[in-house]
Design a protein around this ligand. Structure first.
Ligand SMILES: Nc1ncnc2c1ncn2[C@@H]1O[C@H](COP(=O)(O)OP(=O)(O)OP(=O)(O)O)[C@@H](O)[C@H]1O
Ligand SMILES: [Mg+2]
Length: 380
């Protein structure tokens, strides 16, 4: 932009002064000169449209030039720069110090020399225009960076969705195999052995067969448990709380009392729902297997941008740092819980001490976007 198309605001309560300055500026080619006769009027003008330079008289009735400078400082943003050239008949050091301390950029003493005034105006306007260019460029860079960041985030989300989808599809495949093939075969074997037993004369062979039939039934039961873990029936139908409730009913024997508080307000994106379910499932299994707890408390909570699951038991407690620092081979429940929370940009915290129970909390960010993927969950 050419500096002569800059917007100049003249602030002076004396009409002859305003006229003189406007004429001088007009002759020098400045096409946009506005004036204000008081600090408040000037402030209104600044609010309506930002001037590129302000020529300010210090002595005005009511709010004076220094008062205006203070108001202007409040009005302008931190990264905004509007130069103020003070015109004053008072050339004392004290007067200059006060005005500079309040944010004046430069001085001209009245009566002013026209060329000097115009040179100062030109330099200050150039500085302002450069400043605006830098600001616009910084804004562009910021926008570009934000767009790139959003793109990376989208890519990461898509990747996690695909990963979770692949994991769940694999679980589904294994579950189907166990349900339709292995369990059917074991059932058929049991029936055949029962028929065989009934045809045999009583004796050692019958006893041995009875034992094998029992083991077959126990193996089938274990496979049904595995099926339940692999394919939680309620997750696709009743949501997270219902699925966890099923898990608790399935897990707890008579000695474990449990409650679940569900404060979720809406449907969760599929990857978040699955991750929280798997974390909850593992925490519940750990409480059952290791804590010797008599009470288990599960809570689902939501805040703007976040969702959280807490599983708390009143059992033996343990030292999470030492367990996490050196996981035993094949014991990867805690590691998997951490990984699931972190994959979604969240965090898992475990608070536990020997004799004082354990609290597991997973907190993950919630962007309100439903994942397109949703597996078909058949009932087992
Ligand atoms: N709620 C809990 N109360 C007491 N100890 C716990 C609890 N949760 C975990 N632990 C301890 O931490 C260890 C590691 O737990 P983790 O879930 O990683 O493995 P695991 O349960 O032993 O095996 P996996 O989960 O792989 O079947 C457990 O063996 C147990 O000693
Ligand atoms: Mg475990």
């Amino acid at each position: 932009m050419d500096e002569r198309s800059a917007l100049v605001l003249v602030v002076d309560d004396e009409p002859p002064n305003v006229e003189l300055l406007s004429a001088v500026l007009g002759r020098a080619g400045y096409r946009r000169v506005q004036s204000a006769s008081s600090a408040l009027e000037a402030l209104e003008a600044v609010r309506a449209v930002r001037p590129d330079i302000i020529l300010l008289d210090l002595r005005m009735p009511g709010i004076d030039g220094v008062g205006f400078l203070e108001l202007l400082e409040h009005e302008l943003g931190d990264d905004e720069f509007v130069p103020v050239l003070v015109l004053t008949a008072d050339s004392s050091a004290e007067c200059r110090r006060r005005a500079l301390a309040s944010g004046a950029t430069d001085f001209v003493t009245k009566p002013f020399e026209v060329n000097e005034l115009l040179l100062r105006v030109r330099n200050l306007v150039r500085t302002r225009l450069l400043h605006e260019q830098v600001r616009a460029r910084a804004g562009e860079l910021e926008d570009r960076l934000a767009a790139q960041l959003a793109e990376r985030l989208e890519e990461k989300e898509a990747f996690i969705e695909a990963l979770v989808a692949a994991q769940e599809a694999e679980r589904e495949r294994i579950a189907t195999e166990i349900h339709d093939d292995t369990i059917q075969m074991l059932t058929a074997i049991s029936i055949r052995m029962e028929l065989l037993r009934d045809q045999l004369p009583k004796g050692d062979a019958v006893g041995a067969l009875d034992q094998i039939i029992k083991e077959c039934t126990a193996a089938t039961e274990r496979l049904r448990t595995l099926l339940f873990d692999l394919r939680p029936p309620a997750l696709g139908v009743g949501g997270l709380a219902a699925a966890l409730q099923d898990q608790l009913e399935f897990t707890a024997d008579g000695s474990l009392e449990w409650t679940i508080d569900d404060f979720l307000v809406g449907e969760l994106p599929r990857p978040v729902e699955l991750a929280l379910f798997r974390i909850g499932q593992e925490a519940i299994a750990n409480a059952r297997d290791h804590a010797g707890a008599s009470q288990l408390f599960v809570e689902l909570r939501e805040e703007p941008g976040w969702v959280e699951i807490t599983v708390r038991d009143n059992g033996s407690g343990f030292d999470p740092d030492s367990v996490m620092g050196k996981p035993r081979p094949g014991h990867l429940g805690l590691v998997a819980m951490h990984e699931r929370a972190e994959a979604l940009g969240g965090r898992l915290t475990i608070t536990s001490r020997a004799g004082e129970g354990t609290t597991v909390t997973a907190r993950v960010p919630l962007r309100h976007r439903r994942a397109p993927w949703r597996p078909v969950l058949a009932a087992s």
